[in-house]
Write a protein that binds this ligand. Structure first.
Ligand code: SF4
Ligand code: SF4
Ligand code: SF4
Ligand code: FES
Length: 950
């Protein structure tokens, strides 16, 4: 489509249901009570000139351009700050107003460098538009007076430039940073002529700015401007699509010139983000065209051989023959594959279908295994569905927010901004996290309670919270009696009232003061609508599933489920974690979370897919590794996941990968896993994909191609060709819409979904079917999906990963804002300016005890391995706990993590590893191995010349 400009109504839409009638320029209109005069006029097509107003920000009333006359009132009030009142008669265009507006514009223009023809915002500048709108023809004051033309540009941010010579001091950037983003990095310094936008710190880069771009979007002039627009000019067409990073699922306008992306602008009608974004989605998309990208298929006989560039036909037939050979020699279950949460739902569907129908087994697993598999299990057991309960907007009605094991400002930034808005409005906050995350204390926000528990004691804490609630009579008896399974309730009540679950009993184990637990429990149970948001700090534990069920128990016990403002909400890490799970990526479940052992369900798929399907669950990822090492699992197809970097106990993973006869990796780049691959199938970036991503609120969002596939094929097409070459010729989709049609036909919760519907409505939250034709923003409203909610006894079982004299500290891991997952994408963008390497955060007292200095190298040794990182002394961690991220492969964070995993789902216990940290003057053995030994493989993978295709 041509460039899409969303209408700007000037001020936000009020929430009121009531309406009032007013007359504007002789037209009678009925608008929501509380609307500004500006908005009311705009809704009927009368756009009053404005500069400081925009509908994503509260009215400010500073520019005085939007003046109107109101019958019976003196003066000329600003229409952006004047609310409508019943019967009001408003005039937006009179000779008096015309004169006043021109006078205002003259003042602005007299201090503006009139270089419009060479300005980056030419044609996309509100100041220019307003000069035209008010009919400015000359400037009486001339251009010779005092001005700001010598002000220096700030080019410190890699993605945008601040050119104060063009600033009209409208404050929109300052207010965007405050109201939309919630970082409060900007301010207006000085008064009158001397007032100017200022950042704390020397420049944007060294300030608190998190580079979300909200100020750039809000700026009506070229003062804050994307560097890509400065470099390439204004875009000329728009494609609506969805961010491919985190599980928030922000909608974007990809603004294009030909097939070149000029900028990504968050879409105002995006239901997950309402026009906001973070640095990753808005700016870090350059990896899609990075030089490292592989766009031709490659094969090699042995992993020590150089890669050979081949045709698609040769790569596919080589793959199929090797897979078939592995099955002929080692049995039908000797091969399998892994789906990716970064790929579209349609691509995932085709991979799991290929494994089930063409490989003939259920050896399919997904990267969600290592992140949110306990969410699927725990919420299914208690509520009956493997997904979060709310939409994001629900947080706007929460009175108490508990954030457990999540760091939303870094990992889910746009939702964090929405949450922070609610907190600034007065909602209470409880943070349960070993680390002092930003939410604990940041601009205008302070947690009411921070339960800084020891890693591994989540279940003890959730039980203690529930104990207080049960003991103090705070259970919502009416709710539980009506909505929950009473036998399970009684068993749980008996269990939770046991003194072993009291705050006092677990205080020492968890490291959290009993009074703090009591206070938090009371607040959660009695503070009004209480909502739980959680992340991998809950799931990536040996009791991950138990903890998910513990939180579900808590929500049911207090009646905090089934309406807006409450619920239990997993914050999903990757863009399509929800979707990859929904699409049947688990070895025991067909799409829609239905057991492979269920004859009726399997029969439906057998009829549709024209193949007999295996009724026995297949291997999970850890089983695949073990069976490979045992010589029984010989072939693997891995799409879009870098298991050699992201899975725990790297050396074990490498041993398994080396044992395979055929490893097929499909990805954008030669990742760590590709070092062990025989076939490399180039994948497509989100900018080339056609399909859907399903976000953390079950929202099915469209992903649309903005450019042609760099590989010549869509990613699902490659998988389909592999399935065909394996002998499964019944799969022959010709486009992604057909795949979604099949998903809808075979998955009851998706029955009402189609591309056509999504294109019409924007997005929809599943279940979407005859019972819920418009989708389901809030789950379990009248009844739980499983009927009655089931309380589950959640006994606390300490992890076997213990500290001792040899390994006295606990290492826990997490993410940072500018990087994403294993960093394959973000490391290939300017985001590295913010995070060049992973570091080890250590408390000053631990650092002092061990003679460690800030910025110096330290060795981190666990029972599994050793690595070396630079130390960063920080009080974010409690003494005894150290923290790192895993965005760079050479850091080897997963060399030291153990194979402990969740008892129910095998989700690795990334969050608890006993370690010793000492000053280091040498590289770890693993890093030597990475730099010298394995790396002979790396060299072959990355540096050796490839033979061209015939
Ligand atoms: S980019 Fe975002 S955080 Fe930085 S100043 Fe602008 S609005 Fe604030
Ligand atoms: S930088 Fe832009 S948004 Fe900020 S005050 Fe100046 S003109 Fe207004
Ligand atoms: S990374 Fe997440 S929060 Fe940031 S723009 Fe993308 S979807 Fe939105
Ligand atoms: S737009 Fe109303 S005062 Fe600026």
């Amino acid at each position: 489509m041509a460039i899409l400009k969303e209408k700007d109504f000037g001020t936000p839409k009020p929430k009121a249901d009531e309406t009032v009638k007013v007359e504007i320029d002789g037209f009678e209109v009925e608008v929501a009570a509380g609307s500004s005069v500006m908005r009311a006029a705009s809704e009927v097509g009368i756009d009053i000139p404005k500069l400081c107003a925009t509908d994503s920000l509260n009215p400010f009333g500073s520019c005085r351009l939007c003046l109107v006359e109101v019958e019976g009132r003196k003066g000329t009030p600003a229409s952006c700050t004047t609310p409508v009142a019943e019967g009001m008669k408003i005039f937006t265009q009179t000779p008096r107003l015309e004169k006043l507006r021109r006078g205002v514009m003259e003042l602005y223009i007299s201090d503006h460098p009139l270089d419009c023809l060479t300005c980056a915002a030419n044609g996309d500048c509100e100041l220019q538009d307003m000069a035209g709108s008010v009919g400015l023809r000359d400037v009486r004051y001339g251009y010779e007076g005092a001005n700001h033309f010598d002000a220096e540009k700030d080019q410190s941010n890699p993605y945008f430039t601040f050119d104060p010579t063009k600033c009209i001091v409208c404050s929109r950037c300052v207010r965007a940073c405050d109201e939309v983003q919630g970082t409060l990095a900007l301010t207006i310094d000085g008064r009158g002529f001397d007032s100017k936008v200022a950042v704390g710190g020397q420049d944007f880069f060294s300030s608190e700015c998190v580079s979300c771009g909200a100020c750039v979007q809000a700026c009506p002039t070229a003062t804050l401007q994307e560097n890509s627009v400065i470099e390439h000019g204004t875009p000329d067409r728009t494609v609506l699509t969805t961010c491919a990073y985190c599980g928030v699922g922000c909608s974007f306008k990809a603004e294009m010139k030909g097939d070149q992306v000029i900028r990504m602008v968050p879409y105002k009608d995006g239901k997950a983000n309402h026009g906001h974004s973070c640095v990753k989605g808005r700016f870090a998309w350059g990896y899609a065209t990075h030089n490292d990208r592989i766009t031709k298929p490659m094969i090699r006989e042995k992993i020590t051989d150089p890669w050979r560039e081949v045709s698609w036909e040769e790569a596919i037939s080589f793959s199929a023959e090797r897979l078939k050979k592995a099955q002929a020699e080692h049995g039908v279950k000797a091969i399998g594959g892994i789906t990716s949460s970064r790929c579209t739902a349609e691509e995932v569907w085709v991979v799991q279908k290929t494994i089930r129908a063409a490989f003939g087994n259920n050896n399919v697993d997904t990267c969600a295994r290592v992140c949110h598999s306990p969410t699927g299990y725990g919420l299914n057991q208690t509520f009956g569905t493997s997904a979060g309960t709310q939409d994001f907007d629900s947080v706007e009605e929460a009175d108490v927010i508990i954030v457990i094991g999540a760091n939303p400002t870094d990992a889910h930034p746009v939702f964090a901004s929405q949450m922070k808005r609610r907190l600034r409005e007065g909602a209470k906050l409880i943070v349960v996290d070993p680390r002092k995350i930003d939410l604990v204390k940041s601009a205008h926000i302070e947690a009411d309670h921070h339960l800084a528990l020891k890693p591994g004691t989540n279940v003890a804490i959730v039980n203690a919270l529930a104990h207080v609630i049960a003991k103090e009579g705070l259970i919502d008896e009416a709710f539980v009696q009506e909505r929950c399974d009473l036998q399970s309730l009684n068993e749980w009540r008996n269990f939770i009232l046991d003194e072993v679950n009291s705050p006092e009993a677990i205080a020492q184990e968890s490291g959290v003061d009993a009074d703090a637990i009591r206070a938090a429990a009371r607040l959660y149970a009695t503070g009004g609508n209480a909502a739980i948001y959680y992340g991998l700090g809950v799931t990536e534990h040996s009791q991950g599933s138990t903890m998910v069920m513990g939180m579900a128990n808590l929500a049911m016990a207090t009646g905090n489920i089934g309406r807006r403002g409450v619920g239990v909400n997993p914050l999903r890490g990757q863009n399509n974690v929800q979707g990859s799970c929904d699409m049947g990526s688990f070895p025991h479940e067909l799409p829609g979370y239905r057991s492979v052992a269920d004859d009726a369900v399997r029969g439906t798929f057998e009829t549709a897919w024209q193949r007999e399907l295996d009724s026995v669950p297949g291997y999970r990822i850890p089983n695949m590794f073990d069976e490979a090492i045992a010589g029984k699992y010989k072939g693997m197809y891995v799409q879009g996941e870098d298991i050699a970097q992201s899975d725990p106990n790297t050396l074990h993973v490498e041993e398994a990968l080396k044992a395979l006869d055929i490893l097929i990796v499909q990805d954008l780049f030669l990742n760590e896993t590709a070092r062990f691959a025989h076939v490399f199938l180039p994948g497509t970036s989100f900018l080339e994909k056609d399909g859907t991503f399903i976000n953390a609120e079950r929202r099915i969002n469209r992903v649309r191609p903005v450019m042609k596939s760099a590989t010549g094929l869509e990613e699902w097409e490659v998988t389909q060709r592999l399935a065909n070459a394996m002998g499964y010729t019944e799969m022959n989709y010709s486009n992604a819409a057909q795949i979604m049609d099949e998903i809808a036909a075979l998955t009851p919760t998706f029955a009402g979904v189609s591309f056509k519907r999504l294109d019409e409505t924007g997005s929809v939250q599943w279940p979407c079917n005859d019972a819920a034709p418009d989708g389901t923003p809030i789950m379990h409203e009248e009844r739980f999906v499983r009927g009655k909610g089931a309380f589950i006894v959640t006994e606390y079982v300490p992890t076997t990963e213990k500290t001792n004299r040899k390994f006295p500290l606990i290492l826990t891991t997490g993410r940072i804002l500018s990087q994403y997952n294993v960093g394959a994408q973000t490391r290939r963008t300017d985001n590295v300016d913010w995070w060049e390497e992973d570091v080890l955060e250590i408390h000053p007292s631990d650092a002092e005890a061990k003679g460690i200095r800030d910025g110096h190298w330290v060795s981190i040794r666990s029972r599994k391995g050793e690595t070396t990182l630079r130390a960063q002394i920080s009080e974010r961690m409690a003494p005894g706990v150290v923290y790192t991220t895993f965005h760079h492969p050479e850091s080897g964070a997963n060399v030291i993590t153990t194979e402990n995993s969740d008892w129910a789902t095998n989700c690795p216990e990334y969050k608890v590893t006993a370690v010793e940290v000492t000053p280091a003057n040498h590289k770890s053995e693993w890093q030597e191995h990475y730099a010298l030994e394995t790396p002979s493989l790396r060299k072959i993978a990355q540096k050796a010349p490839v033979e061209p295709a015939e």
